[in-house]
Write a protein that binds this ligand. Structure first.
Ligand code: PFF
Length: 453
C-alpha cells in the first residue's frame, strides 16, 4: 500500500463482545418487533415465515459475511470501500445506492420509533387501562394521523440518534448496545409466556407455524426477501461500515452467524408474543403497521404487572430502534466524513437534518397527506417498499457479485484467514453461493415480484 493511501486513524471496536453487540444492535430493531409480525400477518403467516427463513440462511448469512469482509479489508465507508477495492470502476456507485437507501430507511424508521416513544408515555399514564381491543385500535390510528405529537417524538428520536453518533463508535454505539440488548430479550420471553397462555392462543401459533404455501404471492416472496435484508441490516453497507471498525483478530464468519441467529430468534420470539394475542383478542392479523401497537397493549392489560411491563417494553423497543438507527445514520455520516471531508459533528448534524425533513413528510403521509399516493402507497409505505424491496436486494445482488466474481478466491481466503480457520469446503460453498445462488435467487425473486415474468 502506498504511503498516501494509508487510511487516517479510524475507530475500532474495542472488544469482540462490542462488535457482536453493535452488529446485533443494528440488526435487531423495529424490523424484528414491529415490521416482521405485521408483514407476516399481511402475507398470510407461516408460509411467509418459512420463505423468509430460507432467504436468511441462503442469502442473508453469506451476504452479511461479505459485507464484513468488504468493510474490514477496505477500512472505509460504503462508497470508499468499493472505490478502494475496485479503483476506477463503477462499483463505487453501489455505495451511493447504499447511502440513498440509508436516507430513505431512516426517514420512516424515525416515525415508527417516535410512535414507540409516545407509547412509553401512554404506558406511564396508564392510557391502555380498561380499553377494548377496538378502542385500542382507534387510539393508535387517531394518534398517528395527528400532525403534531408524532412529529415531536420522531424529532426527539432523531436527536437522540444524532447525539450518540456524534459521540462516536466506541463510546456511543458500542457501550449502549452491550447493556441493553440482553434486557430486551428477557422481556420478550416474558411476553411470550403470557401470550401463549391466553385463551385462544393456539390459533395464533398455528397461523405462525403451519404453512399454507398456496397463499403465497410473488409480492409476498419479494417482501420476504426484502425483509431478510432489512432485518439483518444488509444491502446498503451498514455492515460494511461497521465491518470497517472490526479488528483483524476477530472471526468474521462466527460473528456473522451469531448475529444472524440472534436476529432471527428475536423475530420469531416477537411473532410468538404477537400472533396468539392477535387471535385471542380478535384482531385482524393483516391489520398492518399498527399490529404491535394495538395487540400488545391488550396483552399488558391481561398480565400481572402489565403496567410495569408495558413501560419497560416500549422503552426497550425504543432503545432497540436506537441501536439500529445509529447504524443507519453512521452509513451516511461515514460517507460525509471520508468522501466529502466534513467533520464528524457537522456531518452528523447535516445528515440528521436532511433525513428528519424527509421523515416529517413520512409522518404527515399517515394523516394530512394520506390521499397523496404513488402506486397506491403513501410516502411512508413508498419509501419502505422502495428501500426494502428494491434497493436492499439490489445492493445485496451487487455485493454478492462483487465478492463472488470480482474479488476471487485468493482475496477471500486471505480475508477469512484473519481470525478464523474456515475449511476449504466451506469456503468453496460460500463462493458458490455468492457466484450463482444468491444473485440468481435475488434476480428471479425481484423480477417475479415486479411482475416481469
Ligand atoms: N435491521 C434493522 C431492524 O430490523 O430494525 C433496520 C435496519 C438497520 C435496516 C440498518 C437496514 C440497515 F442498514
Amino acid at each position: 500500500m502506498k504511503l498516501d493511501k494509508i487510511p487516517p486513524v479510524r475507530d475500532v471496536f474495542s472488544s469482540k463482545m462490542g462488535v457482536i453487540a453493535a452488529a446485533a444492535g443494528s440488526a435487531v430493531g423495529l424490523g424484528n418487533i414491529w415490521k416482521f409480525p405485521y408483514i407476516t400477518g399481511v402475507y398470510g403467516g407461516a408460509a411467509f415465515l418459512f420463505v423468509y427463513l430460507g432467504f436468511i440462511a441462503l442469502i442473508g448469512l453469506p451476504i452479511m459475511l461479505s459485507e464484513f469482509m468488504i468493510g474490514r479489508k477496505s477500512r472505509s465507508n460504503v462508497f470508499g470501500a468499493f472505490k478502494n477495492l475496485a479503483p476506477n470502476s463503477p462499483w463505487k456507485y453501489v455505495g451511493l445506492l447504499g447511502v440513498a437507501a440509508a436516507v430513505m430507511i431512516l426517514s420512516f424508521y424515525g416515525v415508527v420509533a417516535g410512535w414507540s416513544i409516545d407509547y412509553i408515555v401512554k404506558s406511564v399514564t396508564d392510557s391502555f387501562a380498561s380499553k377494548s381491543p377496538a378502542e385500542l385500535g382507534s387510539m393508535f390510528t387517531q394518534f398517528i394521523e395527528k400532525p403534531g405529537l408524532p412529529i415531536f417524538y420522531q424529532l426527539l428520536f432523531m436527536l437522540m440518534t444524532m447525539a450518540i453518533v456524534i459521540i462516536g463508535v466506541k463510546d456511543g454505539i458500542e457501550k449502549y448496545a452491550k447493556i441493553l440488548m440482553p434486557v430486551l430479550i428477557v422481556i420478550i420471553i416474558i411476553l411470550d409466556i403470557r401470550a401463549i397462555t391466553l385463551d385462544g392462543a393456539k390459533e395464533g401459533l398455528y397461523f405462525l407455524f403451519h404453512p399454507d404455501f398456496s397463499k403465497l404471492t410473488a409480492d409476498g416472496v419479494l417482501s420476504a426477501l426484502g425483509h431478510a435484508f432489512f432485518s439483518l441490516s444488509l444491502g446498503m453497507g451498514t455492515l460494511i461500515t461497521y465491518g470497517s471498525y472490526i479488528g483483524n483478530q476477530n472471526n468474521l464468519a462466527k460473528i456473522a452467524l451469531q448475529v444472524t441467529v440472534a436476529d432471527t430468534l428475536i423475530a420469531i420470539l416477537a411473532g410468538i408474543a404477537i400472533f396468539p394475542a392477535v387471535f385471542a383478542f380478535g384482531i385482524e392479523p393483516s391489520s398492518g403497521p399498527g399490529l404491535v401497537f394495538i395487540t400488545l397493549p391488550n396483552v399488558f392489560q391481561q398480565m400481572p404487572g402489565g403496567f410495569f411491563f408495558s413501560i419497560l417494553f416500549f422503552l426497550l423497543l425504543t432503545v432497540a430502534a436506537l441501536t439500529s438507527s445509529i447504524s443507519i445514520l453512521e452509513v451516511v455520516v461515514a460517507y460525509f466524513r471520508e468522501e466529502l471531508k466534513i467533520k464528524r459533528t457537522l456531518a452528523t448534524i447535516l445528515a440528521t437534518v436532511m433525513i428528519s425533513i424527509v421523515g416529517v413528510f413520512c409522518s404527515l403521509s399517515m394523516g394530512l397527506f394520506k390521499e397523496q399516493t404513488l402506486f397506491g402507497l403513501n410516502l411512508f409505505d413508498l419509501l419502505d417498499w422502495i428501500s426494502a424491496n428494491m434497493l436492499l436486494p439490489l445492493g445485496g445482488l451487487f455485493i454478492s457479485l462483487f465478492i463472488g466474481w470480482y474479488w476471487g478466491r485468493k482475496s477471500i481466503e486471505e480475508e477469512l484467514a484473519k481470525g478464523s480457520k474456515l475449511s476449504r469446503g466451506l469456503i468453496t460453498a460460500f463462493i458458490f453461493v455468492l457466484k450463482f445462488i444468491a444473485p440468481g435467487a435475488i434476480a428471479i425473486v425481484f423480477l417475479n415480484g415486479l411482475g416481469v415474468f
